[in-house]
Write a protein that binds this ligand. Structure first.
Ligand SMILES: [Ca+2]
Length: 77
């Protein structure tokens, strides 16, 4: 059984070219609180893969990236 995130990744892999914005952790074309949740689940080891979550570009995907995504979603930057 696959989850929604794995299904999106499989659909993305089948496409010829998919552009994923940094912060769009689930690859659905939107950057919102759902992506922050994906980043936190990845950081906790619940998810094994993530589309694009290193928003701070420090080489790790963690709660700092989730916070930046939430600030973006809230229009703070
Ligand atoms: Ca998204």
């Amino acid at each position: 059984m696959i989850n929604v995130f794995e299904a999106v990744l499989r659909m993305s892999a089948a496409a010829t070219c998919v552009r994923i914005e940094n912060g769009d952790a689930n690859g659905d074309g939107l950057i919102n609180s759902i992506d922050a949740a994906f980043v936190l689940r990845y950081d906790a080891g619940i998810l094994q893969t993530i589309a694009a979550g290193d928003v701070s570009t420090d080489g790790v995907i963690n709660s700092i990236d989730a916070a930046l995504i939430l600030k973006h979603d809230a229009g703070m930057f």
